[in-house]
Design a protein around this ligand. Structure first.
Ligand SMILES: [Zn+2]
Length: 358
């Protein structure tokens, strides 16, 4: 099944097309904006514009978006174009000690993920544990070195680029990636996307041209909901538009992945309320090295829970203090402080101040 058409982002599209036409499109871009706003979809749209046969014929003063009809466009829309490389964070189940084999494992997992997206193009946000590991970077470098298979250009889309994890002992690959961003091979465009660009390494950030991707207007979200999700009825459409808050992706994340943080938050709240023994047991049960993944999701789940409590009448001052404590913990988690420690400190603060979630 082809991916659904891109909705909205007209202004950004015009600027990008104009940049292609005048030959001034930067070779390393970062699309940044809220989760679910369509950054990766926009990047694939750009890839299509870059490889489309008809757009290429009109290159120069008249270059424009991909036609959607030619073979190249169709391959992009079916996630099958050999020169459009879409990297998404992966949660690997298989591991291999051998570096070369690990690259094969990533290649296979990525192919499986793409096959799943061809089946179901409306995908959800990746799980908190998924990342771009060093083997993914090695695969990327390997593909960067290839000549285009079909046309003149290669395009790389690296979704959720804040999940590019620096790894000890893999400095060579990390440096090669930085060099590739600074000076990509000829006829190659690399698009990173990020919800939280401050989570990217400064060395990456300084090598890309940043493009803000803004929220969509409600009428655009409504059109998507009606045409792509087949929702009819004014009320049902209005509900989804309100839930989207300008980000179509938000209303697609309804499955089990969507609530992982919420469930963990509930377990944490229950443990805090059950006293110090349970609280420490919960803290020690955290993965010590996944501060930015599932643990951060859990903290986000806690924030959501506190917001709900504020809406349903819990004393505002208490909620605000509790939220400040969670945000502080979140900051520590982003700095990769051990989640066991962060959870223990947060739980203790809550118990002392009586601010924990009810
Ligand atoms: Zn085309």
């Amino acid at each position: 099944m082809p991916i659904p058409p891109l909705y909205g982002h007209e202004g950004t599209r015009n600027r990008l097309v104009g940049a292609i036409a005048s030959g001034r499109l930067p070779q390393a871009l970062l699309f940044e904006g809220p989760r679910g706003v369509g950054k990766q979809r926009l990047a694939l749209w750009l890839a299509q514009a870059l490889v489309c046969e008809k757009a290429a014929e009109k290159a120069g003063d008249e270059a424009r978006e991909g036609c959607g009809e030619c073979q190249q466009c169709k391959l992009v829309l079916n996630l099958s174009h050999p020169d459009v490389h879409w990297f998404v964070p992966l949660e690997l189940t298989k591991k291999s000690g051998d570096a070369d084999k690990q690259v094969d494992v990533v290649q296979e997992a990525l192919a499986e993920e793409m096959a799943a997206r061809r089946e179901q193009p409306l995908y959800e946000a990746p799980s908190g544990l998924a990342s771009h590991g060093i083997a993914a970077v090695r695969l990327l470098l390997r593909r960067l070195a290839l000549k285009p298979a079909l046309g003149q250009r290669k395009v790389f889309v690296i979704g959720d680029a804040e999940r590019l994890v620096p790894q000890v002992g893999a400095e060579a690959a990390a440096n090669a990636l930085l060099k590739a961003l600074e000076e990509p091979p000829a006829n190659t465009v690399v698009v990173l996307t990020a919800t939280a660009p401050e989570g990217l390494l400064p060395t990456v950030l300084s090598r890309v041209v940043r493009v803000r991707v803004a929220r969509l207007g409600d009428s655009i979200v409504a059109a998507f909901v009606q045409r792509e999700l087949g929702v009819t009825g004014q009320r049902a459409v209005a509900q989804r538009v309100a839930a989207a808050e300008g980000c179509i992706g938000r209303i697609l994340a309804t499955g089990e992945r969507g609530d992982r943080g919420g469930e963990a938050a509930e377990r944490f709240a229950a443990a805090v309320n059950a006293g110090p023994v349970r609280r420490y047991a919960f803290a020690l049960g955290q993965q010590p090295f996944q501060a930015r993944g599932g643990f951060t999701e859990m903290l986000d789940g806690l924030l959501e829970r506190l917001r709900e409590q504020a809406r349903s009448g819990r004393e505002t001052g208490t909620v605000v203090r509790a939220m400040a404590q969670v945000l502080e913990a979140r900051g520590l988690a982003q700095g990769n402080v051990n989640p066991q420690l962060v959870a223990a400190v947060l739980g203790g603060d809550w118990e002392r101040a009586g601010t924990g979630p009810e």
